[in-house]
Write a protein of this length. Sequence first.
Length: 152
Amino acid sequence: MKLRPAEAADAAALSQAHAHGFDPAWPPAEIAAMVADPAVFAFLVEEGPRPAGMILCRIVVDEAEILTVAVDPAARGQGLGRALLQAALDRGRAAGAASVFLEVAVDNAAARALYAAAGFQPAGVRKGYYDRGAAGRADALAMRLDFPARSD
């Protein structure tokens, strides 16, 4: 498997990878427009020609936000989520972010454990944030990670 930075030309693969975790997936045109923004960056994990995971982030001034992350269910438990998250954190910090925010479904125990292991702390709850169609809506836990102050 190969983890690499993604760009607007990778929008179809990013959308396909996004579909591993979300229904409906964000359309390629929407992803391409986002990734074309200089404040947005993405990483893609490929298993051969197939996208196995993705992460999409944005930086505004000194705050980064993880907009979405998804990993193929068949590839979960192999460290792809952790690798994507670490790549995004490294890129955000290198770009000058002092903190990182994200939202995660309160019932997504695996993702919550991943974020907690990376040092994210709960910052609040967004009621009914995720639309689950016929299953109703699910709350999101907002989480925050502050980077240690730089000494350089």
